[in-house]
Design a protein around this ligand. Structure first.
Ligand code: ATP
Ligand code: MG
Length: 380
């Protein structure tokens, strides 16, 4: 089996591989790029595994004229930038010690050792520069059947790194077969070891959960998380009921993790998922619009890009689809400008009076669903 795609054929990517192989090292694509290429999904980033040590990678790639960034040289990763495209080159590794959060690794020259420390069989596939697939653990049949399975014994693999619980649900949502359901052994192990999630940092939990909720349909994974008590650990107070209806209503509208989060609810997400200030502000706006509702045009005017999310989330929670034509109404509101300007009210109104008068006019305008024109709004 061979992988193909513009990403692997790109001259700059082939040149990075050639720099390594020219120095007698192996250069194998690994992880997401191989998995996604085999599934016909978009390839976002390029990871290359090699038996060369990081210093050697840095030396030969610098000599070949690439910009080399020592992103994680201690654990073996060097970023090689070729024509602006980053290639993460990581030396084969094996785990020496794990504590549930981070691993002490040793470099290895054996691809089978490198494969054995990866999380899921579909993530442990490699490809040579010519696209030939290398499958040290027999993960290819799993991938082709869209079966997400741990490499090795699930409980042991989770004890090494509890983040793998969340990665299990994330990758199932993205690449699992919904008809087949989630892998029973993996799910049982996640349920038994769920307490270990408490040891993870808010940043790691938040990053993983954002990616899970951005999947085309995260509802089956989130339902499985709720059934095993895992959802309550990462998002206490969350209710998964409205998620599947939301995904159904979204048909054709690109997924957004925050819209999905808005229907799950949950307490203190800002801290638990370490939201940025901008994310916290958007989420608060979104949640208050979801609670209060409003016409699509008014929401569009007030919330701009967040209005679609508020309308869909509210519709999912109420179990009532939005009225036909709602998106055009949101667009009308988002583009609308209050037809009255301060200058229209001066000099009759000044200072605080002017502000209050403008506010009252805006309220009337909103009440008219943004339809009253300047003359009507200025009429006494
Ligand atoms: P994405 O498209 O989300 O980037 P990916 O497979 O590239 O998918 P990454 O999180 O970027 O996912 O990880 C790259 C690869 O590194 C994975 O495919 C997997 O082989 C390995 N990996 C990453 N995190 C872990 C982990 N916690 N435990 C074991 N292996 C991991
Ligand atoms: Mg990746």
């Amino acid at each position: 089996m061979r992988v193909s795609g513009l990403w692997i054929d790109a001259a700059e990517t082939q040149a990075v591989c050639a720099a390594l192989t020219g120095a007698g090292a192996q250069a194998l694509f690994v992880g997401g790029c191989v998995r996604n290429a085999l599934l016909g999904a978009a390839v976002n980033d390029i990871d290359i595994a090699t038996d060369a040590r990081p210093e050697t990678v840095a030396r030969v790639c610098t000599a070949a004229g690439f910009r080399v960034v020592p992103t994680g040289i201690d654990h073996g990763t060097v970023t090689v930038v070729a024509k602006g495209v980053p290639h993460e080159v990581t030396t084969f590794r094996r785990d020496v010690e794990t504590d549930g959060r981070r691993a002490t690794v040793a470099f290895s020259s054996d691809v089978a050792e490198d494969a054995a420390r990866r999380d899921f069989t579909m993530n442990a596939l490699y490809a040579a520069p010519d696209g030939q697939v290398i499958d040290p653990l027999g993960g290819l049949p799993d991938l082709l059947a869209r079966r997400l399975r741990f490499v090795g014994e699930p409980e042991q693999r989770i004890r090494e790194d509890y983040l793998r619980i969340l990665r299990f649900f994330r990758f199932h949502a993205w690449y699992g077969d919904p008809a087949q359901g989630i892998d029973a052994d993996g799910l049982a192990a996640c349920a038994v070891l769920a307490e270990g999630l408490e040891t993870l940092s808010a940043e790691r939990v938040g990053a993983e959960m954002r990616k899970l909720l951005a999947a085309p349909d995260p509802a089956p994974s989130v339902a499985a998380m709720a059934q095993t008590g895992i959802l309550q650990r990462v998002l206490p107070g969350a209710d998964p009921m409205a998620l599947a209806p939301l995904v159904h209503l979204e048909a054709g509208i690109p997924p957004r993790w925050m819209r999905r989060l808005a229907v799950l609810g949950g307490d203190a997400v800002d801290d638990r998922w370490r939201l940025s200030r901008a994310e916290s502000r958007d989420l608060a706006l979104l949640l208050s619009a979801v609670r209060e509702g409003g016409s699509p045009a008014v929401l569009g005017y007030r919330l701009k890009a967040l209005a679609d999310d508020a309308i869909l989330a509210r519709a999912a929670l109420l179990g009532q689809p939005p009225l036909p034509g709602w998106q055009a109404e949101v667009a009308r509101g988002a583009a609308a400008i209050l037809p009255v300007r301060p200058a229209d009210l001066m000099p009759q109104y000044q200072g605080a009076d002017l502000g209050a008068r403008l506010k009252a006019i805006e309220a009337r305008w909103l009440q008219s669903d943004l339809r009253l024109d300047r003359a009507a709004l200025l009429a006494p």
